[in-house]
Ligand binder design. Structure first.
Ligand SMILES: [Zn+2]
Ligand SMILES: [Zn+2]
Length: 84
């Protein structure tokens, strides 16, 4: 299922599950790629869509990304080692 890429804003972003990792891997033909922490999804505070806000990590940068409305919210005070 294709989603709107947060980088190029085209409907060309896909995910795949890595058997060796608890994370979902996202990627797009434009070069964007990120990992999603599946257990941290939440309802989007903007469009109110259920469980569409995903906790993404891209090169050590963490942000909430809603695959429904495309909103991105950077998380800057949340060190990676606190995630279990
Ligand atoms: Zn893209
Ligand atoms: Zn949303």
């Amino acid at each position: 299922m294709l989603q709107i890429c947060p980088k190029c804003k085209k409907l060309s972003c896909t995910w795949c599950i890595d058997d060796n990792s608890p994370l979902t891997q996202w990627g797009c033909g434009c070069g964007w790629h990120a990992f999603e922490y599946e257990n941290k999804e939440r309802n989007c505070p903007v469009c109110r869509n259920e469980k569409s806000d995903s906790y993404m990590v891209e090169n050590g940068i963490m942000y909430w990304w809603c695959c429904h409305c495309g909103r991105i919210e950077l998380i800057d005070s949340n060190p990676l080692q606190s995630i279990d």
